[in-house]
Unconditional design. Sequence first.
Length: 187
Amino acid sequence: MLSGRRLDLLDPTPVDVEIEDIAHGLAFVARWNGQTAGDHAYSVAEHSLLVTDLFCRLQPKAPVKWQLAALLHDAPEYVIGDMISPVKNAVGPGYDALDERLAAAIHIRFGLPAKIPVAVKKQIKKADKISAWMEATQIAGFTVPEADKFFGKVDPELIAEMKITLRPAPVVRADFTKKHAALMEQL
């Protein structure tokens, strides 16, 4: 990793996880395989910030630790990349096992339980699907009916005044790191 840490992908440990490495990796990993409109890729870091905002709108009284879990929901992708669901399914259970081991190390590193409770995970997944709907309709060329079909209908009031803006990776990296620091301060 850029921090100098050596992360064993098959046996990751929390001591080898640094937020700067996560923020950097996620800021340079493109969602939608880079197939988005604009001059910059839409990164997993930017997506994670949006999911956190949506999670907080859905769960305004959520404890800070679950807001942090939302921010880190795709954190393993800083080293394994972002694969679309059909590819993940084709790779099989090995991908899921790798993702779970990395997620557990990341969670423990930042004071979260290795496994996020199912109820919380469902709420984060709901925010994740709303984010995907917004991404699909705002930057990936989907019509609203297409996005509704793939991701479910979205309450327009929930996303009122939320607009995706594609930004340079270093800016997104800094915002991701800043959001992480603010949440860690509140824990």
